[in-house]
Write a protein that binds this ligand. Sequence first.
Ligand SMILES: [Zn+2]
Length: 151
Amino acid sequence: MYVIDSTAIFLRKAVYDKMVTIPEIVDEIKDEKSRFYMSLINLKVENSKKEFEILVRETAKRTGDIYKLSDADIKLIAKALELKATLVTDDYSIQNVAKSLGLKCEGIIQKGITKSFKWLKICRGCGKKVDNNIKACPICGSEVVLRRVKR
Ligand SMILES: [Zn+2]
C-alpha cells in the first residue's frame, strides 16, 4: 500500500497499484485537470485516526519538524503509520518524521533523504541553541532561526 501526497497527483506520478490518501490532501487539489487525473487512478480516500495523529505530532515535536508540517501533513503521516505503508512524498519534513517512526518513504522527483536530521533553533548572531518557543536570543537579542542539523 502506498500513501500519497498531493505532489504525486500534480506531477501525474501516482503510478502505484494500491494507493490511499486522506480527504485533506484531496481538498488541496483544485485544478480541473488534476481532479480529472485523480478520478482516473485507483486512489482510495480514508480519514486518518486520532491515535496515530497524536503519535505523529509527538515525533514531529521531538525532531523539530512540527513547525514545517501542516495539519494535512500530520494526518498523511498518521495514515501511513496506521497502514504501515510506504509514504510517497517529496517533502523533507514529512520524510524525516516518517523515517523517525520507522516508515518507508519514496520520493517523487527528488531522491528520498538518506540521513535523518532534526531542526534546531539557533541564534543568527551568536549561534547559541535556544528553546523552541523563544523568538529572540537571550544572550545577544538577535533573531532566532530554524536550522537543519544531522542527527
Ligand atoms: Zn545570540
